[in-house]
Design a protein around this ligand. Structure first.
Ligand code: SAH
Length: 226
């Protein structure tokens, strides 16, 4: 069961402040990212009854075999993207909608794609109720959104075996793409900067574990992650 009343009280706010301090102590320094984490009520993105987990620095199941990313991972990926107000951002893997809310709090314009129908519908309903308005797409993130390209930033929030060519094409010159790249056991956080079509800079930023990026769409949970 989900929260019905969308309550965000002093206790939740206190727990968020603690989480922000924990992320700071783990090396997150981007103040705009920390401010967004301080604002977005993460407990509302998880099933009720799990308040004790909502503000721990942990990933958590959100149904359909998927997870809401660990706050540190969200903060780390968002920092690598160097989000500026007004950036047009494509997110692959809406999941719970939490990462999209963080990007919106930072003043980005967000286009988010999810391949699991149930998660797509849940995230759309919740974010709308919370007053967050990304553009939602049900589809396969491997293809991106050619009709809406180019994007200033692209963020993949599932484990990609490699960075899809289609997404690099949809990145603006000067744009940044961040993705966990690797097999299903472990992935290396990868940042790609597109200086020009033929000048692409790639840097790597440590190891993470995400649920896999799957091809196609799924109505029935076939695309179950790890
Ligand atoms: N950003 C999410 C984290 C979601 S976990 C959050 O803040 O909660 C990764 C998500 O990527 C899952 O919901 C999974 O269904 C989705 N996914 C996996 N492969 C995909 C693809 N090819 N296109 C779109 N979404 C995909």
């Amino acid at each position: 069961m989900k929260y019905n009343d969308l309550e965000d009280n002093y206790r939740h706010k206190g727990l968020r402040k603690k989480l922000v301090e924990e992320l700071r102590s783990k090396g997150i320094t981007n103040e705009a990212v920390l401010e967004a984490i301080n604002k977005v009520p993460r407990h509302l993105f998880m099933a009720s009854g799990f308040l004790d987990f909502a503000y721990k620095d942990q990933a958590f199941p959100i149904g359909a075999g998927q997870t809401i990313s660990q706050p540190y991972t969200v903060a780390f990926q968002t920092s690598l993207l160097d989000i500026q107000k007004g950036d047009k951002v494509l997110e692959i893997g809406t999941g719970s909608g939490y990462q999209a809310a963080i990007l919106l709090e930072m003043g980005a314009r967000v286009f988010t794609i999810e391949r699991q129908k149930e998660l797509f519908l849940n995230a759309q309903a919740l974010l709308t109720r919370l007053g967050y308005h990304p553009r939602f797409f049900y589809g396969d993130g491997y293809e991106g959104l050619p009709a809406f390209a180019p994007f200033d930033k692209i963020l993949i929030t599932a484990a990609a075996p490699e960075i899809p060519e289609a997404l690099i094409r949809q990145l603006k010159t000067g744009g940044i793409l961040v993705a966990p790249v690797g097999d299903s056991d472990t992935q290396e956080m990868t940042r790609l900067i597109k200086h020009s079509k033929d000048d692409i800079e790639i840097t790597r930023h440590g190891y993470f574990v995400f649920v896999p990026m799957m091809k196609g769409t799924s109505n029935n949970g076939n695309g179950k992650g790890a």
